[in-house]
Design a protein around this ligand. Structure first.
Ligand SMILES: Cc1cc2nc3c(=O)[nH]c(=O)nc-3n(C[C@H](O)[C@H](O)[C@H](O)COP(=O)(O)OP(=O)(O)OC[C@H]3O[C@@H](n4cnc5c(N)ncnc54)[C@H](O)[C@@H]3O)c2cc1C
Length: 384
């Protein structure tokens, strides 16, 4: 069994530690500059759904759902998953693509079907469905909590023997030529056979010192929780809506609302606004009110801000980097990492131990950008 250092105790690093420990790896140390889950995982909207356009993403999401649903049996901690239904509304011209994607998702084991505007009206009578040609429906979606998931994975891993060093920033990677042999911290050097970087939006500068540029950009996002009014819940169903460019899901006594894209210029993951700005929130609520008209009158309960680690094709970088031994990268999750973290952690553990992959994640190689082979799904949406 190799000695492994995992840098980062967000949902990805913690899940990887859990899966390594479950496979009997004992020389595993998780190092984090903060404490478990205190990076972007704790800011996640944590929506879990299967609707993706690229098959390996769907497979990762389907396998991960089984972990979320059976959390107590699999991770030994109290339930973390709140079930709800989900609909994906695409731009009117993309209904045929949606049908193809639902077909692919079903072949991957997802419970999904195509519904009409009338079906949507039945599901959510308060929503506007007039512009919906077809939507994808999942009866078994839901949401969780990033901080809890990271904490649960890590605490179970520690029970199984994994070491944890919180409040320990990694200042650099130790390397001899093309081989990484550990990390440098303020308390000294930690050496290992393998370093796994699960450092999210902080990854690019760490690998730059090896002469490798991983094109991960920081993108700022704002999320608000709107309060239900006297007429009942704003949403029982979670939704991703290309027409309004927003997503939302139920959240105890209200609706959690976020949007597809955010600004990238000058965004610093260590120094960004901690509260959403009023003009941008008002604009987002106004757009979402096209779908959920009651939002126009709803009050705001609270806001969350966070940073996505965006890659050029909005998909993660998973695996070794060409020309560098002893290093695996797991970053660039581009706003999708929560729902796939159980299966990604398993894939990374399998990779680290040289085991066959339960879900083949080779398409996510970090080298695809340097090689000009970005992921382009066969039936991708314009805002995928
Ligand atoms: C606002 C928002 C909403 C989102 N909504 C969803 C959603 O609905 N569904 C979904 O699936 N995904 C969602 N995501 C994405 C998802 O939350 C992330 O992809 C996921 O949490 C990333 O986990 P991670 O472990 O890669 O990164 P992080 O949680 O950021 O963890 C990285 C860790 O690395 C540590 N670290 C970094 N550099 C160093 C260093 N030099 N030394 C030591 N430690 C270091 C950090 O302290 C941190 O703890 C959302 C993200 C945001 C920001």
């Amino acid at each position: 069994m190799p000695e492994v250092i995992i840098v980062g105790a967000g949902v990805m690093g913690a899940s990887t530690a859990f899966h390594l420990a479950e496979r009997g790896a004992r020389s595993v140390t998780v190092v984090d500059a903060r404490r478990a889950g205190e990076g972007m995982s704790s800011r996640s909207s944590a929506l879990v759904r299967m609707h993706y356009t690229f098959e390996p993403e769907v497979r990762l999401a389907v396998d991960s759902l089984a972990y979320f649903r059976d959390w107590p049996e699999r991770v030994g901690r109290p339930p973390v998953f709140r079930a709800c239904e989900f609909v994906r509304i695409v731009s009117p011209g993309e209904a045929d693509l949606l049908r193809k994607n639902v077909e692919m998702q079903r072949a991957c084991g997802a419970e999904a079907e195509v519904i009409t505007a009338d079906d949507l009206r039945e599901l959510e009578p308060g929503w506007h469905a007039g512009d919906v040609v077809a939507a994808a429906y999942e009866p078994r979606a839901g949401y969780g909590d990033g901080a809890v998931v990271a904490g649960d994975f890590l605490s179970r891993a520690r029970e199984l023997g994994v070491a944890y060093r919180p409040n320990t920033p990694v200042r650099g990677l130790l390397h001899d030529g093309g081989r990484v042999r550990g990390v440098l911290t303020d308390e000294g050097e930690l050496t290992a056979d393998l370093v796994i970087l699960a450092t999210g939006v902080w990854t690019r500068p760490l690998v730059a010192a090896l002469g490798v540029d991983l094109p991960i950009e920081a993108e700022y996002h704002e999320v608000v929780v709107m309060r239900d009014g006297p007429d009942g819940p704003l949403a029982r169903t979670a939704c991703i809506d290309s027409v309004t460019g927003t997503y939302f899901r139920p959240e105890g006594g209200g609706l959690l609302l976020g949007e597809f894209v955010g600004p990238r210029d000058g965004i610093d993951p260590d120094d960004f606004p901690q509260n959403p700005g009023e003009p941008s929130v008002m604009a987002m609520v106004e757009r979402a009110a096209h779908r959920v008209p009651a939002l126009a009158e709803a009050g705001i309960a609270r806001g969350v801000t966070g940073i996505y680690d965006m890659s050029p094709d909005a998909r993660p970088l998973l695996g070794p980097v060409a020309g560098i031994d002893g290093l695996i990268v797991a970053a660039g999750f581009s706003g999708m990492g929560f729902k796939i973290c159980p299966a990604v952690g398993r894939a990374l553990a399998e990779m680290a131990l040289g085991e066959p992959q339960t879900v083949d994640v080779s398409a996510f190689t970090p080298n695809r950008f340097a090689e000009g082979r970005l992921i382009t799904p066969p039936y991708g949406y314009t805002d995928d």
